[in-house]
Design a protein around this ligand. Structure first.
Ligand SMILES: Nc1ncnc2c1ncn2[C@@H]1O[C@H](COP(=O)(O)OP(=O)(O)OP(=O)(O)O)[C@@H](O)[C@H]1O
Length: 289
């Protein structure tokens, strides 16, 4: 395994338990980390990148235990795009890359090919302040993949970018993951659906699921069903005694996906839930919200 954690725990000094006994095994490919705001995704990534230390449990990357003694070596094997990436706004794209090369002791010759990988080669003379939000995210990705690290950790790279940019970023991560490991944190379920091989769901610091999307969808078979109503008022009445995950209207009816509280729901209609509905189901039932 490329990344492993065992009972990883982080309690901050304000007593918030941001990670609670999280055990994960991550191999080559794209591994998605899904969870709502505050579920612990950034905390996990910051531990893996050696920026903060856990208060319990262990973690390793490429067989190296994440300890202060291994920090330098681990940092050389990881590329990291934090959630809030910014840079001196007067620097050009090339200057940013050169600066990172100097700071991290990388060969400047790799800058051109790195910028090509993120489709920014033609923008290399533009100042950071002149770039669109999506381009800025791609500069962030470029600095993370400089030196071709075997592990790339990206924290919500698609937040706040338009659909076209989002697709570009996904494509790029996909290509990078052909030979490397990408840990990709997001709360955008479509990101996971489109490119991740496996995923982990975090909620309130706890691991609710880790494995393939296929197995996740199978694991909830029979636990979500569809109910149909003629009007929205009927649906609202039903909601008083049932947990409705989502609903949509067609020309004649309102169709709702509902959590099956008892095995024998009289009105149940076989239904294949979407990943989004499964996510809501898990965070409602297992997350206890
Ligand atoms: N430095 C800190 N000191 C105290 N509490 C913190 C600190 N950093 C994060 N937390 C808390 O830990 C919990 C997990 O936060 P974290 O940022 O890891 O979640 P997240 O899933 O990345 O959320 P988001 O999607 O909003 O970035 C939250 O309750 C947060 O308020």
């Amino acid at each position: 395994m490329i990344i492993e954690t065992s009972n990883l725990t982080k309690k901050y000094s304000n007593k918030v338990t941001a990670l609670n006994n999280v055990s994960l095994s991550i191999d080559t490919g794209i591994f998605g980390l899904l969870g709502r705001n505050g579920s612990g995704k950034t905390t996990l990534m910051r531990i893996l990148t050696t920026l903060i230390e856990p208060t319990g449990g262990t973690a390793s990357i490429l067989g190296m235990d994440i300890t202060p003694a291994n920090k330098t070596q681990i940092k050389r094997s990881i590329g990291y795009l934090p959630q809030e990436f910014g840079f001196y706004k007067e620097f050009t794209v090339s200057e940013i890359m050169e600066y990172i090369c100097i700071m991290r002791d990388f060969d400047k010759k790799t800058i051109g090919e790195t910028l090509e990988k993120v489709n920014l080669y033609n923008e290399r003379k533009k100042k950071y302040k002149e770039l669109s939000g999506g381009m800025k995210r791609r500069v962030g990705l470029a600095q993370a993949i400089l030196g071709n690290p075997p592990v790339l950790i990206v924290d919500e790279p698609t937040v706040g970018v338009d659909p076209e940019e989002r697709i570009k970023i996904r494509k790029l991560l996909n290509e990078y993951a052909e030979k490397n490991t990408v840990l990709f944190s997001t709360h955008i379920i479509e990101d996971i659906e489109y490119i991740c091989d496996k995923l982990a769901i975090l909620d309130n610091g706890k691991l609710l699921y880790s494995g393939s999307i296929e197995d996740l969808l199978k694991s909830v078979q029979g636990k979500i069903y569809e109910a149909r109503f003629n009007t929205k008022d009927e649906l609202h009445k039903f909601e008083e005694s049932h947990t409705v995950i989502s609903f949509k209207r067609d020309d004649t009816q309102v169709r709702a996906s509902v959590i099956c509280e008892n095995d024998a729901e009289p009105s149940s209609i076989p239904y294949k839930p979407t990943l989004e509905e499964v996510y809501v189901y898990l965070t409602t039932i297992k997350g206890g919200k």
